[in-house]
Design a protein around this ligand. Structure first.
Ligand code: SF4
Length: 228
């Protein structure tokens, strides 16, 4: 599998647990505010998959789970095979995804290869702006939202509060689409490293703490919402 990075220990990424985070390489979106640009481009340095698996094998008694993040894991062809190996060690697996491949997520859930899904919703999911990715890649996020709600397996929604994609209206649309028991976590945009600095420089007025509280309150009309 195309492994672009490994965080050997994290207390933040698996719900209520200690995990390792495996980052896949390559993404089908190009969010201007992406803080992992080296994982988006398909030509970064890869890690040795066997070495990563060997490391995970030695941590079985120390870690509660493994998070597969990216980049976008669901565009990696041999993702299921990699997860099968991780599952073979007895780990719980969390998938971080942009939601562009609902059929892959459905397959992973139905085969019990994934125990928890964190879905990023980046804008009004009825139609993402083309600045986030090619429309043919972004158009199925709503399908993934509905899939997660229908299957009822443990999941959460996440939104990075980055202008111009997130505002009062898009938060209302996101929360309406995701409405239910699963939480929505709103996170602040971090300007330190971004995929398209020129685009972000043209949008200097980014949501601040007061905006995040307002977004949270808007979302809470439809689902549990928190600032992370
Ligand atoms: S933030 Fe966007 S571009 Fe970056 S990895 Fe996630 S989906 Fe891909």
């Amino acid at each position: 599998m195309r492994v672009g990075g490994l965080n050997k220990v994290s207390t933040l990424d698996y719900p209520k647990g200690v995990s390792a985070v495996v980052f896949t390489q390559g993404c089908n979106f190009f969010c201007p505010y992406c803080h992992n640009p080296d994982l988006v481009r398909p030509f970064g340095t890869l890690m040795d998959e066997d070495g990563v698996l060997e490391f995970l094998k030695t941590r079985v008694k120390l870690l509660d789970g493994v998070v597969i993040s990216g980049g976008e894991p669901t565009v990696v062809a041999d993702l299921p095979e990699f997860i099968l190996k991780v599952k073979g060690f007895g780990y719980k697996v969390k998938l971080d995804t942009n939601g562009s491949r609902p059929e892959t997520i459905k397959d992973l859930l139905e085969r019990h290869l994934v125990d928890y899904v964190a879905l990023d919703i980046k804008a009004d999911p009825r139609a993402y702006p083309p600045e986030l990715g090619p429309p043919e890649e972004t158009e199925r996020v709503m399908e993934t939202i509905n899939l997660l709600k229908r299957l009822g397996r443990p999941h959460e929604f996440r939104t990075t509060a980055a202008a111009p994609f997130v505002n009062d209206d898009s938060v209302e649309a996101i929360a309406r689409a995701a409405t239910g028991d699963a939480p929505l976590y709103l996170q602040k945009f971090k300007p330190q490293t971004v995929f398209t600095p020129g685009f972000m420089a043209n949008h200097p007025d980014q949501p601040g703490p007061e905006d995040l509280y307002r977004f949270r309150d808007i979302a809470r009309h439809h689902l549990p919402a928190f600032i992370r």
